[in-house]
Design a binder for this molecule. Sequence first.
Ligand SMILES: [Zn+2]
Length: 518
Amino acid sequence: MNQIVRPSSFVPTGLVVDGARGDDASINITVRSSSPTGVCPSCGTVSRRVHSRYRRHVMDLPLSGRHARLVVIARRFRCDAVFCGRQIFTERFADNVLASSARRTARLDCIVHHLGLALGGRPAASFARRLMLPVSNDTLLRVVRRRARIPSEPLNVVGIDDWAWRRNHRYGTIVCDLERRRPVILLPDRERATVEAWLADHREIAIVARDRGGGYGEAVARALPHATQVADRWHLMENASRAFLDAVRKSMRQIRSAIGATTINSDLLTCAERIQYEGFLHREETNTAILSLAKEGVPIKQIVRRTGHSRKLVRQVVRGEHNDVFRSRQSSLETHLPWLDAQWNNGSRNAAALWRKIRQLGFGGSARVVAEWATRRRRAERADAQSLARVPSARTIARLMTIGRDSLSKAETVTIAAIEGSLPTLVEAREAIAAFHAMIRRKAEADLTSWIDRARKSLVASFANGVGKDEAAVRAAIILPWSNGQTEGQITKLKLVKRQMYGRAKIDLLQARLIGAL
Ligand SMILES: [Zn+2]
């Protein structure tokens, strides 16, 4: 403490200040090396023989609110070593002071680099201006590129995944070192050949985690046949859930009738009744019109012409014989309706067959009556299927049948019970998916083959077939601790960096920023 601060403490180590001059905005500091000797870069011989001097202008960190520029009085030395081909060499400074032919001191360059990594070109340049660091947009990006460290340690476990340059348009590939938890390289596309070529240069890789999309698996198999492939656990879980959702979607028709048969049966009847009632109103209207004309003394022939109804119908209405032509036939079914409903709900929907059975039970009407009833019933059900509010979506049903199962409301319990009661195959699929999830969570690799065999016979067969095709990688996913989870994390970071670059990102720069940012 309380030492006198000498001018040389404001400049990088190894330099001494010869003088300084400046104004309100900037300051020029003349410096030289504190060492009396130079070392020949070709042969390493130390030389004291100065040939000449020259000036190097380099920017340094701002000093007391002014731009600081160093004027370095650099020397040229003679090399005296007889065997050295070089006669004259220029003086070098340590890389952490001033790199050869650099235009910034190392300490300024370091800050510029980190600004570029953190903010990208243009935002970093405007921020740098505020910090009084004299660098342009291009310089920032150039520094980031130049200082990009390509990791050189041998790779052992890597994760591969794709990332979007532009969603649904162009994709690249990212490779991460899962042991060191950092990205290794960005590849410009996700073509199998590109990935294969890169992998072939890294034969030391022993384990590759990748998702279940075919391309990467094939690339790994060709380039690194000895490597263990690991399917991504998160994707496996996700795909399994999706397979169950698909099974629910495929069963929606049966689900609708299962729900309709129990919870909203009374609604169906009201629907059927409404259709009947509308027909009744329509007929009433016809009757009233015909009767009022008849009251006015209009002859039947005239009424037929004016209303367009048949001569027979008009005559019947006028004579009061048939107030409700269709109604009488419908009513003949009334005593049999409960039986018919039960048959219908059990799935016998063939009107002719129903008519044959109902005739044995004492129904005297024609087959057409039953056929009409069946049509009304079908129409009512269709009308109901269209009112979406009543039947939950496939996604909701899938959720209620799986994760939401423990917290069902009373109405949901009835609905799910109805579905499970009438769709045993769906229950079976649900069990298969639950078993798969449990197998991954509990690392029960021994169950995999039997699970595949069992699930192949269920509604989630296509998922099971996919797992079967990729069995080794799925097995590895169950046993090994490696997963692409952290690769996903790197992709999130990549997206952030890419967004800061306003879509003008070049792959090397993107990579430099992603990898350099660690
Ligand atoms: Zn030399």
